[in-house]
Write a protein that binds this ligand. Sequence first.
Ligand SMILES: [Zn+2]
Length: 389
Amino acid sequence: MAATHLDPLALMTKLISFPTVSRDSNLPLVDWVESYLDSHGIPAHRVYDETGEKAALFAHVGPDVEGGIVLSGHTDVVPVDGQAWDTDPWTVIEKDGKYFGRGTCDMKGFDALSIWALVEAHHRGVTRPLQLALSYDEEVGCLGAPAMIDRMVETLPKASAVIVGEPSMMNAVTAHKGGLGLNTRIKGYEVHSSLMHTGVSAIMYGARLIEWANQTNAASAAAEPSPVAAMFEPTFTTVHIGTIEGGTADNITAKDCRFSVDMRVLPDESPERWREIYMEQVAGVVADMKAVHPDTTIEVDTTFWVPGLRPEEDGEAERIVRQITGDNGEHVVSYGTEAGQFQERDYSVVICGPGSIEQAHQPNEFIEVAQFKAGAAFLERMLDTMGRA
Ligand SMILES: [Zn+2]
């Protein structure tokens, strides 16, 4: 590839032309980004998932020293199936001061700006390093980022600040809840309902765990929130059951029941601890089931686990963003990101990106042209603070 300099809009248009829905491969996009960076003399690193069908990509420009800034985004987008789009979701269309297309807002717009900034930083010869981190499978539980971050820590001089560019209207977001998904499968013992005292209804024992969720939510809502909890609405960790299925007939005790537990965990609480608390409840229910019939059990799989983003004391990433944007407000968001995964690995992290989360995942997803330009202006000013060799 000849070393053409693409502007942010051309880069976003290119990225959006790859339909990188989370369930599908993102390698065509990664191939393209890698060769674009390579054409500018920037080496990139890949971290594959276990299928080899998806990869995260990261890169470093500037001197081989610690203390750089990471721009972090995800390459996957949510599906368009069943959504009524007025335009082709994989083509960027400008209309009414907006760029339409799947991922314009969440978050190939920021990815494009980050790639642009990386190439700019490389050619300017910044004295403070800039790093790019593009993950996969963010939309299905931030699955791709942890291995990518671990590899970045091993391979690159450690950066000190991370900007995760999820749509925040360019506000500095300093906290979000974590998440924990638990798939619960109950195996009961089937008998005719008239003899139910000899059977184990997977549904009725499952209901005990669901009632525990109800009681836990009520108790949490009534408790005094911590200072961090008070930043959120609601001010407590929520335990939610989104789907349930079980049973085969009205007059048979259900042999099987399955339901999903989705917890949104305050950033000053540990998802692991919540899992332990839930498993203690499960153990109590299993003991009662086995007392009726030994051939019964409950299995719990963790479907996702994303740490929250804790507000930092005098955090460097927050300071960088506030100095450039002048934003002094307190902002938290309700969605999860890879921000907590970076923070767990001792990076200072803030979320700041163009566009509004209200447009994410929607049919006719868009980013306002003014927001996209604000994102570009932000990175331009950030580059100005990073020195010139
Ligand atoms: Zn996103």
